[in-house]
Design a protein around this ligand. Sequence first.
Ligand SMILES: NC(=O)c1ccc[n+]([C@@H]2O[C@H](COP(=O)([O-])OP(=O)(O)OC[C@H]3O[C@@H](n4cnc5c(N)ncnc54)[C@H](O)[C@@H]3O)[C@@H](O)[C@H]2O)c1
Length: 338
Amino acid sequence: MKETPETRVVVTGGAGFIGSFVTKQLVEKGCHVTVLDNLSSGKPEYIAGLDRVSLVKGDICDEKAVQEVLKDKDAVVHLAALPFIPDSYYFPEEFFRVNSMGTVNVVWKAIQSEAVEKFIHISSSEVYGSAIHIPMNEDHPTLPHSTYAVSKLAGDRAVFTMYKEHSFPTVIIRPFNSYGPNITQPYIIPEIISQLQATDGHVKLGNTDSSRDFTYVTDIAEGITLALFKDEAVGETINLGSGRDVKIREIVSLVADIMGKNAEIERDLSRIRSYDVARLVCDNSKAQRLLGWKPKVALEEGLRRTVEWILRAGITFKTPFKGWPRTYREARNQLVQA
Ligand SMILES: NC(=O)c1ccc[n+]([C@@H]2O[C@H](COP(=O)([O-])OP(=O)(O)OC[C@H]3O[C@@H](n4cnc5c(N)ncnc54)[C@H](O)[C@@H]3O)[C@@H](O)[C@H]2O)c1
């Protein structure tokens, strides 16, 4: 599919953290974007004021809603998912319903639409499990460590097999950990920032020796939007990550420096995730080769922008920590009441 103005793209989860940046970048390329989002974590204000964007509040598991939204559309970027790992310990069926079955519904309706020419599926580096070798390329074994990651891998493989069975042009993108403004979930970086904000530098964390490859959200969004218009990417699975991993305790020091605090880490056993991934480091050479993608925002600069955004915009998920299962339950209750 060539990059032309007027391309009509559906972005599922487009009101969310990564999705809102994908939506913005597609609009900047001249596309018309329809966001399909149930707003369980996404926020309409993240895409408010953008020209050529319409928001449809709906569920990716709803066959009719998806069919309706896909009518006469040229492409789909599928980001909608339940993404917060600890929630999946307590809502395993819901994670499979949304991340696996929801994905099957969206890709199958896209195939049946006979209009959609390109499907970008957003998977996750979590499908690999902990690094067996580093850096991790797309051939790294997939040995997921959480119910979230298994539910994502099921969606990922369903998209791949449907590409094979129907010659339907798909690309699977596996982002490594993303961070930046428009955060919606209590991921580790906003968690550290909000704790530092609330104290004189005292933070309570679980495993601070694990390391992740943190990549700024606009870089992840750029890789996704590039994939939409690159024919070379069809049928491929492509990692997006910086190529540098950093331990959680190092992130605390970097963020504390930016915020002018003296960090002191207290180990909180209740925060330790069972069967946590120890290390993720991205080999991004395939993204460089096929997409011409390279991350642009260095970690220190990205953290500075993230701190600035959180101090300005505030953060809506709760501290102090009251146990893992609260977050999704609260979101779901709000949704049911809406
Ligand atoms: N943030 C990361 O570090 C990261 C890393 C790898 C992969 N991913 C993937 O990127 C995607 C976006 O994640 P995010 O971090 O931006 O989280 P997010 O929670 O901000 O985005 C998910 C979006 O999907 C929407 N949504 C959830 N369930 C839905 C449903 N049933 N129907 C319609 N909309 C629904 C939410 O309201 C939200 O807007 C997910 O697929 C996630 O698995 C994220």
